[in-house]
Structures are given as C-alpha cells and as structure tokens.
Design a protein around this ligand. Structure first.
Ligand code: ZN
Ligand code: ZN
Length: 218
C-alpha cells in the first residue's frame, strides 16, 4: 500500500484544517493547530501535513527540511509563551498488523509544553512488559531519515520522540502498541490518567485558551 492509495478520503486532521478556523500557523505544506485532546495542557499543538501521508515516515523526504523549520518555529513559540520545556512526538502509523502506538494515520507531530522525560517510562515499559517474540529497538537519531527507512521496509512501525534537550529517539516495534500509546504514558506520568483518549475527551475549553494565547505569536 502506498500513500497514493490512501490519498482519498483523507482523515479527520485534513477536515479540521478545511472546515474549522483553529489553525495558528501555516506553511506551504504544513499547518499547526491545537490538538483536540489537550488533556488540560494549554499550548499543546499538532503540526500536520496538508497533503495526506500516513505519518512522518510515510512522507517524501523532500518535506523534511520544511517540517524541521515549522518545528523549530513552533517549539520556540510554545516554549517562550508558556515558559516551559517542550516534548515532541509522533505515534507511528499502522504497518501491516503493527501499530506504532496508534493515533491518527496522518502525518502529525505532537508539540507538548511539559517538562517530562518521555523516553524513560517508555523504555522501562518495554523492558518489563514484552513477550520474548516482541522486537523493539530504541535508537538515537537526528532528522527524520531513520523514520523513513523504518517505514519504507514495511516490516515494523515506530514511535518518534524528541526530548526537551532536543535529543531524538526512534523506537522501532514489530508488534502492535496500544492506542495513542505515548499520550497514555504522558497522561499516566502527569496524573491525568483518564484524559488520554482524544476521541472520548475532547477538550474545547483548553483549545480556546490555546488559541487566545497563541494568536499573533507566530
Ligand atoms: Zn489524512
Ligand atoms: Zn497522534
């Protein structure tokens, strides 16, 4: 299956972009908006591709530089506005029967203003909870090239995490992870246990606060 096959119909993110006026920033190929499931975290944004690709890994590499630029800007605006560390992540898309922490299969980075060491609980969970046939590999990476490589082989999916100190990690997995896995880990770590599922807990109040605060900041 290729991106082309998946182009129509596109998923909820593109519809959000077209129908609701909640975009805080837009470049040629990306837009930035508050996430629906903010979990009470003001300034929690998504960077989404305008065209439908099923994840950063499924996006042609010619877009990587623009995504880095949009990420730099978004990270800076969020960090300065909320005087906070910023964590960035993506749940990789479904690849065959593997799910990289299943969220929406459309390229989107989560930008979250929290001081949270996301890789530590992730690594611990993998160490403690996996069966012998489950394969995973945590690697330090730079850029997004490694994610494309993982996705291209169609043998596994991935989690992508950029920590507050900008160190980037990919966790390659050959088994299906729970839905919105990294959001679950963060919700658990921040004591917001029941709020991780954006489908069940849309947080319009926080979205509005984020929009009010970030208007004109980009
Ligand atoms: Zn889509
Ligand atoms: Zn997601």
């Amino acid at each position: 299956m290729t991106n082309k096959d998946l182009k129509e119909p596109c998923c909820a993110l593109r519809k959000e972009f077209e129908s609701n006026n909640i975009t805080v920033y837009e470049s040629d190929n990306f837009f930035v908006m508050p996430t629906l499931g903010s979990m009470g975290i003001e300034g929690y944004l998504l960077i989404c591709s305008k065209e439908h690709f099923i994840g950063v890994g499924g996006m042609p590499e010619k877009y990587h530089r623009e995504l880095e630029e949009v990420l730099d800007l978004t990270r800076r605006v969020v960090s300065e506005t909320y005087k906070s560390d910023v964590v960035v992540f993506e749940h990789g898309p479904r690849v065959g029967c593997f799910r990289g922490g299943g969220c929406l299969d459309h390229t989107h980075l989560h930008i979250m203003p929290v001081a949270f060491n996301l890789m530590e609980p992730v690594a611990l969970r993998f160490l403690n909870a996996l069966s012998i046939k489950d394969y995973y590999k945590i690697e330090r990476i730079s850029g997004f090239g490694k994610i494309s490589d993982i996705f291209e082989k169609q043998q596994s999916s991935y989690l992508f995490v950029e920590m507050p100190d900008r160190k980037r990690y990919t966790t390659e997995v050959n088994f299906a992870l729970p839905s919105q896995y990294l959001r679950q880990v963060i919700a658990h770590g921040l004591g917001k246990k029941d709020s991780w599922n954006w489908k069940e807990n849309p947080d319009y109040e926080t979205i509005q606060k984020t929009l009010d605060r970030l208007k004109g900041k980009f």
